[in-house]
Design a protein around this ligand. Structure first.
Ligand SMILES: Cc1cc2nc3c(=O)[nH]c(=O)nc-3n(C[C@H](O)[C@H](O)[C@H](O)COP(=O)(O)O)c2cc1C
Length: 220
């Protein structure tokens, strides 16, 4: 598969089959993703992969925190607001998601339920957490962003579905009770992965992208 095909074909998967991936497949995937570039080749990412009973226990704890209304306390501040075009794009992306599963505007309970699926890792058999050393600041986080993209694209090539999830970084203290993320590192986000239930309605819609005229400026 070309990178172009992987980019065109991938999507955020929000319903996974239970089938776990063989450990060798995960190892090979991670080995290749290590080729990701980083500033000064610092390779700032640390990856914690969680599966099976450990993932189930973590999920229970996160659902407990999220559903009892614990205030998110992410290592990196979440955006304070989304204004203008960002607000609009965020709105459209939310509407597409809720539309796909037949949730109407104002159906608060159902919306909350769907949102809690984040903490169930969308039923994925595996999740990983990516963290970056505090001392490397913004550029460490930038390198981790490249890593996330490499992971998602290579997974796509291998027929593995993924979703990056900042939502799970809402409760780093809870995650640190299950996974050893050093206190000198900031948890950035999670990625749930496995084989997607491609026929599930939540996996059937695709998000749009801005045309390059509105994004790129050429100076000749
Ligand atoms: C860093 C990052 C964090 C994300 N966090 C979440 C999340 O917490 N929950 C969720 O449902 N989707 C999350 N997404 C998925 C985005 O909503 C999705 O990538 C975007 O809407 C574009 O759609 P696509 O991935 O299907 O192309 C995240 C994506 C990225 C790159």
């Amino acid at each position: 598969m070309s990178v172009q095909k992987a980019l065109e074909g991938r999507f955020s998967c929000r319903k996974f089959a239970e089938t776990p991936l063989p450990r060798t497949v995960i190892n090979d995937l991670l080995k290749t993703v290590q080729k990701t570039a980083s500033w000064c080749n610092t390779q700032p990412w640390a990856i914690d992969v969680i599966s099976g009973e450990s993932l189930k226990k973590l999920s229970d704890s996160l659902i407990q925190s999220a559903s009892s209304g614990d205030v998110p306390n992410p290592d990196f501040d979440f955006p304070e607001q989304y204004s203008g075009v960002f607000r609009e794009r965020r709105k459209v992306c939310g509407l597409q998601l809720y539309d796909s599963v037949g949730i109407q505007k104002g159906e608060v309970e159902k919306t909350k339920e769907q949102s809690l699926e984040n903490f169930n890792f969308f039923s994925a058999p595996h999740a990983l957490f990516i963290s970056t050393p505090k001392e490397l600041g913004l550029y460490g986080a930038l390198d981790c962003g490249l890593y996330i993209s490499s992971f998602m694209l290579l997974a796509q090539e291998l027929g593995i579905n993924t979703i990056a999830q900042a939502a799970v970084a809402s409760y780093p203290d809870v995650i640190r009770q299950h996974v050893q993320i050093d206190i000198n590192r900031n948890l950035l986000c999670g990625i749930s992965f496995g084989y997607g239930e491609e026929s599930h309605p939540v996996n059937r819609y695709r998000t749009e992208r801005e045309s390059i005229e509105n994004v790129a400026v050429f100076y000749d």
